[in-house]
Write a protein that binds this ligand. Structure first.
Ligand SMILES: Cc1cc2nc3c(=O)[nH]c(=O)nc-3n(C[C@H](O)[C@H](O)[C@H](O)COP(=O)(O)OP(=O)(O)OC[C@H]3O[C@@H](n4cnc5c(N)ncnc54)[C@H](O)[C@@H]3O)c2cc1C
Length: 438
């Protein structure tokens, strides 16, 4: 493969705007076979790279999005969705043979209202009985700074929620933790709707930090979403076939070391590090950050639910153990996953799930438990982690220029990761062409 000549008139898929990239001789080494690494391989190929290696430490691709399989059914540990038709990630995967089915995106939230629990349909954030929607611009980058921009009647319950969910104070986390905790938009239910709508229309900060349930506001941007036909396991099997077809060499059960990727052997190659960056710190002489590491427990049950499927409900009450319930279908069965801030007893867990779903349209019965796990998640960064990651990026840039692509480590949402890696890959792959151009 190496040094092979390529046709410069390759056709490029719509997801890259039909632009052509020169086929390149550089070897691209991708560390991590999660969604980011798989997409990076397809992206690099689209841009013209033809010598691509992908290393995955486990014996299967998919990373965090790949569920365990029990009796042919997927034990999903969270609700990872794709966008409707036209979503760039979905388009790129479809161009490589994956199939997706759209569904009506239904979800809800449970919060503490003035008189007990508030169940809110089609709103995935907290609803608080607050009237005061005055905001002050955040003074710093912590989640505490972000929350302090709200009035006290909004900030205080959110601070309690952060403590319950992560075990940390909001001041100890970076503000980006708002998104994985789903507190990036709050509905102040006591404020007049028209005043709130006007604030969102006229003020960027208000638009960013307040939300209005879509039935009250007619805003329908996330009304539809999609999931891979046949599930995530089939999606990643299709990706593996597609990678082989375009000549990407997948090395699974292969732990790529930082020492090797930063060493002489790979010095001329483009490296995409789409995995945890922690092993990169030591070789570059930077102290690794000690992030807030909190383990979350996940339990999956078989279930009957007469309401919409898929469906998820976020719990913002800061009480009990469950922070999200997700009802979905796999291999013809309805399953229910409860994501919890701590391990919990099965009977208490089932009672809590019933309470969280009883305010929504649908009758629930919960069957036997099929699966459980207890794992940390790399989703909540401290300010110190973000600072250290920047130091790491600077050191990598000094050491390798733009040929070391850092896999969008800070970002939670896969759409943002996709764009960041695409831009950095483009810089890395196009640079040699620019240098050689007459
Ligand atoms: C519960 C949950 C729900 C989510 N829901 C959504 C959602 O709805 N929408 C959304 O946009 N995002 C969501 N996300 C985030 C989204 O899942 C991630 O952005 C995406 O799946 C992460 O993919 P990744 O490849 O970056 O990381 P990972 O999936 O973590 O993949 C990293 C891979 O690298 C491998 N690896 C690590 N070190 C090495 C090494 N040294 N050598 C070789 N291999 C290595 C790992 O085994 C792993 O397979 C969710 C995340 C979680 C945890």
């Amino acid at each position: 493969m190496r040094g092979e000549k390529h046709d410069r008139n390759l056709s490029f898929p719509a997801s890259f705007g039909g632009r052509g990239y020169a086929p390149l001789e550089s070897r691209v080494r991708i560390v991590g076979g999660g969604l980011t690494g798989i997409l990076a391989a397809f992206q690099a190929h689209c841009m013209g790279a033809r010598d691509i290696e992908l290393y995955e430490r486990l014996d299967r691709l998919g990373g965090i999005a790949q569920p365990d399989i029990v009796d042919g059914r997927e034990m999903r540990e969270g609700c990872i969705y794709f966008g409707p038709e036209g979503d760039p990630i979905r388009t790129l995967l479809e161009e490589h043979g994956a199939e997706f089915a759209d569904f009506e995106n239904r979800f809800g939230s449970v919060s503490t209202g003035a008189d007990g629990l508030t169940y809110l349909d089609d709103f995935g954030g907290p609803s608080l009985p607050a009237k005061d929607i005055a905001l002050t611009a955040p003074e710093g980058e912590t989640l505490g700074d972000r929350l302090a921009s709200y009035s006290g009647e909004i900030a205080e319950p959110l601070e309690r929620y952060v403590r319950w969910h992560t075990g940390c104070e909001a001041d100890d986390l970076h503000e980006s933790a708002a998104l994985p905790m789903a507190i990036n938009r709050v509905f102040p239910a006591g404020a007049p709707l028209e005043t709130l709508a006007e604030a969102k229309r006229s003020d960027d900060l208000a638009n960013e930090v307040f939300g209005i349930p879509r039935k009250l506001w007619g805003y329908t941007s996330n009304a539809r979403a999609s999931l891979p036909v046949g599930g995530f396991d089939r999606l990643f099997a299709q990706c593996r076939e597609a990678l082989a077809k375009i000549g990407v060499r997948v090395h699974d059960s292969h732990f790529a070391t930082a020492k090797r990727m930063l060493g002489e052997e790979c010095a001329q190659d483009i490296v995409v590090w789409a995995a945890s960056p922690i092993p990169l710190f030591k070789p570059l002489g930077i102290a690794a950050p000690r992030g807030p590491v909190r383990k979350f427990a996940t339990y999956t049950f078989s279930a009957h639910w007469s309401g919409p499927v898929p469906f998820y409900v976020q719990n913002f009450t800061a009480r009990g153990s469950v922070f999200r319930v997700y009802v979905y279908k796999s291999a013809g069965s309805v399953l229910l996953t409860a994501e919890c801030v701590e391990k919990c007893d099965e009977a208490a867990l089932k009672r809590e799930i019933h309470t969280l779903l009883e305010g929504f349209d649908g009758a629930l019965s919960i069957g036997p438990q099929l699966h459980q796990s207890f794992k940390p998640r790399w989703l909540f960064h401290s300010l110190g982690t973000i600072t250290r990651l920047k130091e790491l990026r600077d050191a990598l840039a000094a050491h390798r220029g733009n040929r070391f692509v850092t896999g969008a480590w800070e970002t939670y949402a896969k759409g943002e990761k996709f764009v960041e890696v695409q831009n950095d890959l483009q810089n890395a792959l196009l640079a040699p062409v620019a240098v050689n151009a007459p």
